[in-house]
Design a protein around this ligand. Structure first.
Ligand SMILES: [Zn+2]
Length: 105
């Protein structure tokens, strides 16, 4: 990969981080969704694999941007694996987000 492309990717990554940060802080749901979509678009365009923390902010089914506690219901499970169940309020899809793996398992 050329240096120029690497640089472009680096800038894109920073841009994505910023957009996601703004989206999380944004009180206006529509604006947040737009910023989140933009972040995803940049990632796709630059073929950047989004880190787990960012990926789990998008609903796996309807791809909506999920802000835990706002556009999603969060339930803490009572298993050995510390995980929360996140339900997308748009499509009602529930998935687990693992917080901490119990290393003793
Ligand atoms: Zn959804």
């Amino acid at each position: 990969m050329s240096r120029k492309k690497q640089k472009a990717k680096q800038i894109a990554r920073e841009h994505i981080d910023l957009l996601v940060e703004y989206a999380l802080r944004e009180k206006d749901g529509h604006l947040a969704a737009r910023q989140a979509r933009q972040a995803k678009k940049i990632a796709m365009h630059q073929r950047i694999h989004l880190p787990y923390e960012i990926r789990q902010l998008y609903c796996k089914r309807c791809k909506a941007f999920i802000v835990p506690g706002r556009s999603a219901r969060v339930r803490v499970g009572r298993t050995k694996i510390r995980a929360v169940r996140i339900t997308c309020l748009k499509c009602d899809h529930t998935y687990r987000k693992i917080l901490v793996w119990n290393k003793d398992l």
